[in-house]
Design a protein around this ligand. Structure first.
Ligand code: NDP
Length: 395
């Protein structure tokens, strides 16, 4: 039995809370803390009504290390799950270090003033986490997260060497709005409007945003335009997958999404630097977030499925082989189960599973770790149990 602190009561946080409540035997105390207490109150009531589970709530500013240290010191959790935003990764990691508490997140650190994400600053905690005998599990969402575990599973069971990996992320869901993002709009739009990048023969190759497109036939969804983006799991996978020669990441976007995004970009609404407006300073992309639908409210109106997976090609026993490993998730089903759409669900369930494996000492090592560094089998098994079953096809 354990004591858990979850920070961040947004779209993904709601799924994590529901999953813990469904698995109440693994904890005895759970606290949900966030910047806005009313969101914590809403989820506290939800899990009481649905599962008869009591959780504690707290208000915290996770940008403030001393506030975090005080909260963690008071609660003394076995683990802190950072389900807030990538901007809070370093402050929460620092607070966990100061209080010798295990840490988990779903997205790598991003500085608010530059739309660039990399693991460097988080990996820099490794020695200090190791010497404090605590662990940080980075990127325990779907991508990053499950995609890393899929690669580790394929490497372990189906390949001697993996030569190429394509990560393929399709959201075939429709929420009926002309334009909305499925997770935090600021983080989402910063990611997709940045330059693309992929890794080949030891080098990163940069592309213009949306420059490389292919059409992929996603099982249970169909053919979709898929665009090459930079995505953070590639940075750790190039270090950990044997014999890799190329890795790329593709995500689907519809015409309407791309046209809206281009327009918003052209008029400056995706800007991340402060501008003066009627004597007030505002950041355009943050103002846009205020105008767009809150992703946590999309669940009840989203229909369709997501399909996220990995295609790997390489050698087994001297022969060339290719496999496609993927999960299909239905927006309406996830809403019935957790009052959340599938993008939040596919992120929140792996966050819960990562924490469960850490709490059960199945994934345990001092230091800062990425998902593919652990035995993938227990995680793959939990995916089938916790609502994200996977399929493997030989191509
Ligand atoms: P939301 O914006 O819905 O939720 C974020 C929550 O964090 C909000 O409740 C927000 O509070 C809270 N928060 C923000 N800043 C602070 C702060 N300084 N102190 C305390 N709480 C704070 O985002 P999502 O739930 O959609 O995303 C959560 C995380 O999941 C993000 O890091 C995102 O990048 C990641 N993600 C990962 C994916 C993956 O597959 N790996 C896929 C999708 C998302 P408030 O209510 O006050 O705004």
């Amino acid at each position: 039995m354990s004591n858990i602190l979850i920070i961040g009561a947004g779209g993904v946080g709601r799924v994590v809370i529901h999953k813990f409540a469904q698995n109440k035997e693994i904890f005895d105390t759970l606290t949900l803390a966030s910047r806005t207490l009313s969101r914590c109150e809403l989820y506290q009531k939800e899990v009481k009504d649905r599962y008869d589970v009591d959780i504690n709530i707290a208000q915290v500013d996770a940008d403030n290390v001393s506030e975090l240290v005080a909260l963690i010191g008071e609660i003394e959790p076995d683990i802190v799950l950072n389900i807030a935003l990538p901007y809070q990764d370093l402050t929460i990691m620092e607070a966990c270090l100061q209080t010798k508490t295990n840490y988990l997140d779903t997205a790598n650190y991003e500085h608010p003033d530059s739309a660039k994400f990399e693991y460097k600053e988080q990996w820099a905690f490794d020695d200090r986490y190791k010497s404090s005998s605590i662990m940080a599990l980075l990127g325990s969402g779907f991508d990053p997260g499950v995609t890393n575990v899929f690669c580790a599973y394929l490497q372990k069971h189906y390949f001697d060497e993996i030569h190429t990996i394509d990560i393929l992320d399709c959201n075939g869901g429709d929420h009926g709005y002309p334009f909305a993002t499925n997770f935090n709009p600021e983080i989402n739009l910063r990611e997709v409007s940045s330059k693309g990048r992929y890794w080949e023969e030891g080098k990163w190759i940069e592309t213009e945003p949306m420059e490389i497109k292919m059409v992929w036939d996603y099982p249970q969804i169909g053919k979709k335009d898929s665009y090459l983006l930079y995505h953070e799991e590639m940075e750790s996978l190039v270090k950990h997958i044997k014999g890799l020669k190329r890795i790329r990441f593709f995500m689907t976007f519809g015409e309407s999404y791309l046209t809206h995004m281009k327009c918003l970009e052209n008029v400056g609404m995706l800007g991340i630097k402060e501008v003066e407006h009627n004597g007030q300073k505002i950041v355009p992309i943050q103002f846009l977030k205020t105008l767009l639908p809150d992703p946590s409210t999309l669940g009840c109106r989203t229909k369709g499925k997501t399909n996220i997976g990995v295609v790997a090609k390489g050698l087994k026993d001297g022969k060339e082989v290719s496999y496609y490993l993927y999960n299909v998730c239905d927006h309406e089903e996830t809403f019935k189960e957790t009052l959340s759409q599938a993008v939040s669900y596919t992120t929140g369930v792996p966050a819960f599973i990562g924490a469960k494996l850490m709490l059960e000492n199945i994934w345990k090592e001092g230091g800062v770790r990425n998902m593919e560094q652990f035995n993938p089998d227990p995680f793959m098994n939990e995916l089938n149990i916790q609502g994200l079953p996977w399929e493997l096809k030989k191509l």
